[in-house]
Write a protein that binds this ligand. Sequence first.
Ligand code: G3H
Length: 496
Amino acid sequence: MAGAGVFSEILDGDAYKYYSNGEWKKSSSGKTVAIVNPTTRKTQYKVQACTQEEVNNVMELAKSAQKTWAKTPLWKRAELLHKAAAILKEHKAPIAECLIKEIAKPAKDSVTEVVRSGDLISYTAEEGVRILGEGKFLVSDSFPGNERTKYCLTSKIPLGVVLAIPPFNYPVNLAVSKIGPALIAGNSLVLKPPTQGAVSCLHMVHCFHLAGFPKGLISCVTGKGSEIGDFLTMHPGVNCISFTGGDTGISISKKAGMIPLQMELGGKDACIVLEDADLDLVAANIIKGGFSYSGQRCTAIKVVLVMESVADALVEKVKARVAKLRIGPPEDDCDITPVVTESSANFIEGLVMDAKDKGATFCQQYKREGNLIWPLLLDNVRPDMRIAWEEPFGPILPVIRINSVDEGIHHCNASNFGLQGCVFTKDINKAMLISDAMETGTVQINSAPARGPDHFPFQGLKDSGIGSQGITNSIDMMTKVKTTVINLPSPSYSMG
Ligand code: G3H
């Protein structure tokens, strides 16, 4: 159970503590931040409202702990990560319970998120051992004008303190996708969880604590973005920021100093459907891609661009599947659960009303109770409607009918986002041409967009982000290249 058993030390009365110097602490602010359960709309948990002084303190600790950690053999770092992964998976039930209560993720998906996170940590440990265990050896005589008098050795060194800011929709998985690479590469880690999802993060951090990581190496500060958000991201002690979330990332990137940034800021993933597509496959993927976790995924299908000749048939197939979706509480493992906050639900409703006013065809009746919004397919959406461009982050999916492939590509590329996209056709040659023309970080052929498997590169163009994620790319991003050059007094050639 959350906050009980091995997790009892992270809870004080009705408020969860924050993690600093290997200990669970109450904030000196004496204040807490309430986390509202999206389903009941009542306060479910409370977390500490940390102060700027407490942030300064964790930064100091992180700086000093990193120096020792970087001298810890790579195999030992990997061993500890494997241990944390096993503990996390062992405690999947209480962590999944937190995900259900604070972000209304369906029960099965909540367990999957924790298990996936354990697997991600283990894979990161293995990948880290492989790629950080290797360097490069260069010789000077390959460059014109040089004799073989210089031997250059390259290796990858840590950056220092990594600040990780995951989003509400995958608070555990998108936290460990930052923590794992940072730690295996010899960095220390300061985690600022999202408010909704903070308690899941605190439980996950306790698994790292139980694994026995050194004091100060990992910290987790909770609190209001208005109090510690900018203070953290502009802190001089931070050497790298890995952020997943909304357009806050754009303002972070403008304010952060001269440090590496890894950002994933959402998408408006297009699904282009050609005349020869297998429409049952498309419909199944639209349901999975557009409506899983109630559309609250940055990689969700957020606009369907279908050729007019097959649009009626596709819309009928999707409608039939929407009718089968189970709507209700996450505890019952429903497909569509309440969206994360009331303000999100209001925003989604605004998009729906705009589409209604401008004449979109409603394939289902619009229905909302509290934060729970029934799945809705909007047909005949036109470019003058907000839903054609904006990210609802909810179970609302617009369909735009197109008369040419170019029209679909044009709509996809006119978006300020460029995360992923997908194309459905049996013609692989056409699919390749369309993939090359789509200005997105990834194009899926004959499947819905998705970040995983977690070792695949994951990146967005334009406002969708900076840098590339995925296990290998994140390890690379959280390191710098260091070279040592051995200068010989006279040329030396290996003679064989
Ligand atoms: O919400 C953003 C996530 O990176 C999407 O991950 O494709 O595994 O749902 P996913």
